[in-house]
Write a protein of this length. Structure first.
Length: 59
């Protein structure tokens, strides 16, 4: 269900965060996803989670 490609993952996660979840922890809990794995994969394309924006943004 969660995309493996980092660019697709970024789009998927940010859409879900924007439309359905109050924060990354809620998303990970609901989707049974590993927060560290997501963060590391997106860090590989220069993005980090911004809790104030509730989105992954470019560094």
């Amino acid at each position: 269900m969660i995309p493996k490609d980092p660019a697709m993952l970024l789009s998927f996660i940010n859409l879900k965060l924007r439309d359905y979840y109050k924060d990354l922890d809620a998303l990970c809990e609901d989707l049974n996803a590993d927060r560290q794995e997501i963060s590391e994969k997106l860090a590989g394309i220069g993005c980090h989670y911004d809790g104030g924006k509730n989105q992954f943004v470019s560094q």
